[in-house]
Design a protein. Sequence first.
Length: 360
Amino acid sequence: MNGRIFWIMGLFLAGLLTVACGAGASPVPSAIDGHEDAPLVAQEHAHEVIPDTAIHEHSAHIPTGEGLNPGPAQVTLGVGPPGIAGSRFTDPDVEINLTADVVQWEVLDGEFIEVWGYNGQYPGPEIRVIEGDKVRINLTNNLPEATTIHWHGMEVPNDQDGVPGITQPDIEPGASWTYEFVAPKPGTMMYHTHSNTLVQLSKGLFGAFIVEPRGGLPQYDREYTLLLHETAGWYTINGHSFPKTLEDSLLKIKSGERILIRMINAGQQHHPMHLHGHQFKVVQLDGNLLTNPVVVNTQDIAPGQTVDVEITGTNPGTWVFHCHVLFHVTNRGAYPGGMIIALDYEDHTSYFEEQAAAAK
């Protein structure tokens, strides 16, 4: 364990978070360019899949533009049998290969658990497309039981919705299935299993699905994606529990910067996320832009919900960002742990950096 992590564990043990647990605010309302290293992906442009399960920091420099929303009803699709590549279109803009696998995952240093993940990852790889893209996703089932994929929050054709017995048959072990649809309106969504969902989703079969506007993203200096989940008694952000979250989920900012954080709750419990030392603006809920953004410092995120928040660098330091249900910031009851990360200013040396440097 490095000095920085050791120090911050001691800080929490000393009682940094001594407030009582409770609900958050009223229930109002993550590299953009160049993914050449993405595995098992036939890429048509650089907005497709981000394989790294660590936090995703994006330099969001694409100019602001009005998005186009062709909508699934405005695109003519083929009428071939579902589940077969080419049944809806023969010229996909994005084609991605996914596998559903049993994985031994290190949730905390030295702590391995069995998860079920896409492409050997927990969470699965982040998928990024542009609205109006013709998307083809090929799934191969390497699990010991049947599975499917549901495109959560996305207005896809009914036979692509991924619900076994309702919109398609189960994908049996060893079998493959192809989903084809046109990416709908832009926003933060997710994909996850819809077979034996209580078990399979709890084991980790989910990932972020980001649809970018056709005219380009708004101007942010950085962008992050946080996937909240709980599995086997562990509370995780991007597949890890504190203090391991500080190795891959440290939110970086500089004074004056404006950053976007996309938060996705793929678990079964509410997570009121609270940021110390700042207010943040809630700008998107379930992939829908808010015409009247709400300014808060604690935002509850319900199971299945996505929330985008904007933070401006106005208060230099190192600031804790955590779930305010305090049992969720433990590792199987041991405090501190679980859903704790930090917002760290790169242009400011705080007690956090001083102690980390002294421990080296």
